[in-house]
Design a protein around this ligand. Structure first.
Ligand code: C5P
Length: 308
């Protein structure tokens, strides 16, 4: 033990800058290729030791979040304790700010934060590769949430590599007042299919060059037509974001959150205030900067390298 009583870790929300579906696998999952980006919007997971007979308990600021095994945080703690052969109870306090069931990987971010927090709380010092392995067993987006930044995710989403960082930008996110089930979105995609696919090499080149026209051309999410066919408001939101100055706009993951990207804070702010008035009050409207968890020097070097 390292003597500290409570450890708090952040789990950041993600946006899909593109999502390509490449086929259906034997295990029923879809083979995907996605470019992901973290934003400065996070949940916090605080882990504390408690007597073994109290087991794993979860508290959350949102009363409707399940506190049992249905919660990925619970599953992450259970897996971590089992894998490390630890017999202890843990109390996990989850403070959620990321909209739930929104296509922003909130649940996966919480699971990633739980693994990191427990690794620190128990002083187990497991390498990130081991946490990623555990994360992949919990959900397809958990490995990405452990790494963060601008990444390419393949396989069912669990094979993650960092790519050149996105240029500095701001996102305006709009989540309508309904939720989308991920299996449903993939099933709809299977019925509809698509002839259009993002060119991920072109996307990475555009990101490296800070070429917004190139980024916009490749911001394609194959689940978006499947979801917007049933929920046309997705397309309305995208059109409104573009009409209010977004350089590009897309649905994230299996939705329903749609976001627009802006290269200037001022134009993002203007769009944020205008669309907050335009859409019903029950829609969630958020503005956040893109986030690179790299540290200033590494980020500067990565951007310099990208420019060459
Ligand atoms: O991995 P995760 O538990 O987040 O996936 C939830 C569901 O989404 C899966 O059970 C599957 O129906 C669908 N899915 C998929 N292909 C992926 C990721 C998720 O079909 N690559």
């Amino acid at each position: 033990m390292n003597g500290r009583k409570a450890i708090c870790q952040r789990g950041y929300a993600k946006l899909n800058l593109s999502l390509d579906v490449c086929g259906v696998r034997e295990d029923g999952y879809h083979e995907v290729a996605m470019i992901m980006q973290t934003i400065r919007l996070w949940d916090e997971v605080t882990a504390e030791l408690q007597p073994v007979e109290e087991g794993i308990t979860i508290e959350c600021n949102l009363p409707y979040i399940p506190k049992d095994r249905r919660n990925l945080v619970y599953q992450a703690a259970e897996l971590f304790l089992a894998e490390c052969g630890l017999s202890s109870g843990v109390k996990l306090h989850v403070f959620k700010k990321i909209p739930v069931s929104a296509g922003l990987a909130g649940g996966s971010a919480d699971a990633a934060a739980t693994l990191k927090a427990l690794n620190l709380l128990f002083g187990t010092q497991l390498p990130i590769a081991r946490l990623i392995e555990m994360g992949a067993g919990l959900g397809s987006d958990v490995p990405y949430c452990l790494i963060g930044g601008t990444c390419l995710a393949t396989g069912r989403g669990e094979i993650v590599e960092r790519i050149r960082p996105m240029p500095e930008a701001f996102a305006v996110l709009i989540k309508p007042d309904f939720s989308i089930s991920t299996p449903w979105a993939y099933a709809r995609y299977d019925e509809m299919q698509s002839d259009i696919h993002p060119d991920l090499e072109a996307m990475q080149a555009a990101i490296a060059a800070g070429d917004w026209d190139g980024i916009r051309a490749q911001m394609i999410n194959l689940l978006e037509p499947a979801v917007s066919d049933e929920y046309p408001v997705i397309t309305d939101i995208r059109d409104q974001l573009l009409a209010h100055g977004a350089r590009a706009a897309l649905m994230s993951g299996s939705g329903p959150t749609v976001y627009g990207l802006f290269d200037k804070e001022k134009s993002a702010r203007r769009c944020y205030f205008q669309l907050k008035k335009y859409f019903p009050e029950r829609y969630t409207v958020i503005m956040r900067e893109l986030y690179q968890p790299l540290g200033k020097r590494r980020l500067r070097n990565a951007r310099k390298e990208a420019a060459n």
